[in-house]
Every structure is written in structure tokens, then in C-alpha cells.
Ligand binder design. Structure first.
Ligand SMILES: NC(=O)c1ccc[n+]([C@@H]2O[C@H](COP(=O)([O-])OP(=O)(O)OC[C@H]3O[C@@H](n4cnc5c(N)ncnc54)[C@H](O)[C@@H]3O)[C@@H](O)[C@H]2O)c1
Length: 320
């Protein structure tokens, strides 16, 4: 298929574009910043450009990964988030419907499920988050505009029948977390694979699978995260003494971590449950916390990318 991939210069885009090509698709990459997989430098907010790209390239399906996201909050005004994340999504959906597409895949975020109460993690149990979580009250312009974009997908499915898969993706960024500095970046990422992270390679695979299944699935929302080893009846233990719960699942985790000078989380405040994507779409991340322990045991490279200095190409282009 002729696939339009937005955000093709970004972190996800540079893994997803080659995967799509390998699966036999022709990819048109569109991004405001140039990149190896970007054919058209321009904005999703530019409707005339989108229409031209659809016509000239014979686009048959869209994977919409472009966005302003959380690190951009300090860089851009709220209006830019609305322009890119909301108007940009609407432009693509309208163009897709006009062209008679049967599928549309949108990269969303687990962040829109995090209201202030969840973020504060004040309760005495971890919060278990699946796709039924709600009412949703995102706490920043990123989450608010992504939730609006999800709504646009839904109404275009309802009104026009286009298959829309919304992938509420957990963390896969390669850089350090801007809010936690206590642990090293790799230690933090390893810990997060227990309950709120996936690799960028797994995120890319999920998008390819969603593209293939969207017409049959209709309109679906899936959380993407590495499969958690925990279950709902462990939420109190996770909040109060996460290391003890982890030890039950992975008896050698503490010693493997100690050898590395790493620390297991003492308390886990939220868990993303990605089992619906597995049940409905048959998607399961290949890399999980067990993969980290296997790498520690065997002394091989960590199964996830870490790049403390990664900056989005759009931000890089501002600096150049
Ligand atoms: N990185 C994460 O951990 C994470 C987690 C959850 C969801 N997401 C979502 O994944 C998607 C991809 O993010 P990423 O991590 O690859 O980020 P990224 O910043 O590396 O890539 C995003 C790309 O979108 C492009 N872009 C921004 N505005 C645009 C516009 N107006 N028109 C066209 N392109 C534009 C940027 O130039 C950039 O290349 C985003 O939708 C993001 O919200 C990311």
C-alpha cells in the first residue's frame, strides 16, 4: 500500500518507516523536519499540502505519528498544540475519508489517562490502568489535544466507517526522564519495563499490525506497553513494597541489579495493562522486564535504546 507516515523524521518514524517498507509498503514520509525517511518537509496542519500529497502520491492509508508532545510544552504555545495535534489530525482524517480509505492509525499516549490524582500517586495502592480508565482528565495541553485527536478518529469512524486504531503508547523515548534524576537512565528504563514502557521497536511493530488489522477491527483503542508481570490483586503490595512483589516474580532480580549497581523500584504507583491489544489484535511486545534480566544474566547489551542526548529533529532544526 501507499502509506503516508507522519512524523517520519522522529524517533518512532525512523524505526517504523523501514519496517513498513520491509512489509512491502511504499512509504511517503512527511515531517516538518528533514530526515532520512522524510520525502516531504511540511506540516500536517497545512491542509492544502495534505491534499496535494494525497493526490500526487496516491496515498491509500495513513499512520499518523507526528505530534507536539510532552517535551514541547515548554517550547510552544497551547495554540500550536491545537494546530498540530488537533487540526493536523482532522486534516488527515478528512483527506483519508475523501480518498475512500478504509484505515487510519493514530499514535496516542498513555499520558492522557493521567490526571493530577494519578500523577500524585497519593493512594495506598498502585493504580491499574486499562482502556476502560476514566473519566479522563488530562493534566496538560499535550494530553488534552491528544484526547481531542482520539475523539476525531472516533467520530470519523462513526460517520464514515473508516477503520481507526488509536494506539495509546507508553514511554519509548530514548532520552533521560526530565522529572526523575535519582536513577541512571538505563536503570530507570529497565524499571519502567515492569509497568509503563516499551521499546521503540515494539512500538513500531504494533503500528504495522494496527495498519494491517484496522479495517477488520473498526474503531479500537489499545494501550501499548511491555506486558506487565503483575496482576490487579498486587496493587497494594506494589505501592507499599514493590521490591518484595518483584522478588516473587523474579527471584534473582535483586542480585542481578546489585551486580550492576542498579536499584529496583521501592514503590510503583501505576501499572499500564496492555493485555487488550494482545487479546483483540494479537499484539504483544517482544521485549519486557524478563529480557532485561536475561541481558544482565548473560552480560549482553540492554534490549532497549538509551540516548541521553536525543532531541526531536524539529527542536534540532530550531537550534541549527
Ligand atoms: N516518545 C515517547 O515516549 C512517546 C510516548 C507516547 C506517545 N508518543 C507519541 O509518539 C509519536 C511519535 O513521537 P516520537 O517519540 O517519535 O517523537 P519525536 O519528537 O521524535 O517525533 C515526532 C515528529 O513529529 C514531527 N512533527 C512535529 N510537528 C509536526 C507537524 N506539524 N507536521 C509534521 N510533522 C511534525 C517532528 O518534527 C518529529 O520528527 C507522537 O505522536 C507522540 O505523541 C511518544
Amino acid at each position: 500500500m501507499q502509506v503516508l507516515l507522519t512524523g517520519s523524521s522522529g524517533w518512532l518514524g525512523r524505526f517504523l518507516a523501514p519496517l513498513l517498507r520491509k512489509a512491502g509498503h511504499d512509504v511517503t514520509g512527511l515531517d516538518v523536519a528533514s530526515g532520512a525517511d522524510t520525502d516531504i518537509v511540511g506540516s500536517v496542519a497545512d491542509r492544502a499540502l495534505i491534499d496535494r500529497v494525497f493526490a500526487e502520491r496516491g496515498i491509500e492509508a495513513v499512520i499518523h505519528g507526528a505530534a507536539l508532545h510532552k517535551p514541547d510544552i515548554i517550547r510552544y504555545p497551547a495554540q500550536r498544540f491545537v494546530d498540530v495535534n488537533v487540526t493536523g489530525t482532522l486534516n488527515l482524517l478528512e483527506a483519508a475519508v475523501a480518498a475512500g480509505h478504509d484505515r487510519f492509525v493514530m499514535t496516542s499516549t498513555t499520558s492522557l489517562m493521567i490526571d493530577q490524582r494519578i500523577r500524585d500517586e497519593a493512594g495506598d495502592a498502585a493504580i491499574w490502568l486499562d482502556e476502560s480508565a476514566g473519566p479522563l482528565a488530562p493534566r496538560n495541553i499535550y494530553g488534552v489535544t491528544k484526547l481531542a485527536a482520539e475523539g476525531l478518529c472516533r467520530i470519523h469512524h462513526l460517520t464514515h466507517g473508516i477503520g481507526c486504531i488509536i494506539l495509546r503508547t507508553g514511554r519509548f523515548f530514548p532520552e533521560d526522564d526530565d522529572t526523575h534524576q535519582l536513577l541512571s537512565g538505563p536503570n530507570m528504563k529497565a524499571n519502567e519495563l515492569l509497568h509503563r514502557r516499551l521499546t521503540v521497536e515494539d512500538a513500531a511493530r504494533a503500528h504495522l499490525m494496527a495498519l494491517e488489522q484496522a479495517p477488520a477491527l473498526g474503531c479500537e483503542t489499545f494501550i501499548l506497553s511491555a506486558p506487565t508481570p503483575f496482576s490487579r490483586d498486587e496493587v497494594r503490595g506494589l505501592k507499599q513494597d514493590a521490591s518484595a512483589v518483584i522478588a516473587r516474580h523474579f527471584p534473582d532480580a535483586a542480585s542481578l541489579y546489585a551486580r550492576q549497581g542498579w536499584h529496583l523500584p521501592r514503590s510503583i504507583g501505576r501499572v499500564y495493562d496492555a493485555s487488550r491489544a494482545e487479546r483483540i489484535m494479537g499484539f504483544r511486545c517482544e521485549t519486557d522486564f524478563g529480557s532485561v534480566l536475561a541481558a544482565l544474566r548473560e552480560g549482553t547489551d540492554m534490549p532497549f535504546a538509551h540516548d541521553a542526548n536525543y532531541v526531536s529533529p524539529q527542536v534540532q532544526s530550531l537550534a541549527d
